[in-house]
Design a protein around this ligand. Structure first.
Ligand code: AMP
Length: 190
């Protein structure tokens, strides 16, 4: 079973590359951002609670995220493998994910981290804002908050996997296809 954590700052291209990874490796996609947006669209209690944080560019509390992911894993138990996108975003979430995976006798195979400089991230998020309809893509302050939250709370997650020898960095600069080729190369080594 291949279970990948796709990691990177907001605007690094995780969503775009996830689609290509799923198609090639037949993995089940678990994007916590997408799951929260679905809850929001359906007007569930979880969606309404998450919205308060999402619209400010802040992280939704760990317990809410972890429970939602566990439900999703449980629902998809016959999966060929999982790709986690936008999760885990704190070390607490990473530890909880290990625990949930162990429960099902699964484990994280490796992390693929997209590396993109901050200036390029802002450019991409503003371009995405034209079509995404996402409140958190729309203004500089929210974009800056998301990048700061990434640096302070999410970057330590990379170290968590590095210490286990599971970290693979990939440059997220270049054409979508070339970046994907490099991702596929490192996944094949996992
Ligand atoms: P994303 O689509 O991954 O950029 O996520 C959009 C927003 O959803 C984030 O800015 C957070 O408010 C929330 N979110 C998504 N995933 C997580 C997570 N793993 N932990 C906490 N909040 C999250």
């Amino acid at each position: 079973m291949l279970n990948i954590v796709l990691f990177g700052p907001p605007g690094a291209g995780k969503g775009t590359q996830s689609e290509k990874i799923i198609a090639k490796y037949r993995l089940t996609h678990i994007s916590t951002g997408d799951l929260f947006r679905n809850h929001l669209g359906e007007g569930t209690a979880l969606g309404l609670e998450a919205k308060k944080y999402m619209n400010e560019g802040k992280l939704v509390p760990d317990a809410l995220v972890i429970d939602m992911v566990e439900v999703k894993i449980r629902e998809t138990r016959d999966a060929y493998g999982f790709i986690f996108d936008g999760f885990p975003r704190t070390v607490e979430q990473a530890k909880a994910l290990d625990k949930v995976m162990r429960k099902f006798n699964y484990e994280i195979s490796g992390m693929v981290a997209l590396e993109v400089p901050e200036k390029e991230l802002k450019k991409r998020i503003k371009l995405r804002a034209l079509t995404s309809g996402r409140v958190d893509d729309q203004d500089d302050e929210k974009i800056n908050t998301r990048i700061r939250v990434y640096e302070e709370e999410t970057l330590p997650v990379a170290k968590y996997y590095q210490q286990q020898g599971k970290y693979q960095g990939v440059s997220g600069i270049g054409s979508i296809d070339n970046i994907f080729k490099e991702i596929a190369r490192v996944i094949d080594l996992i």
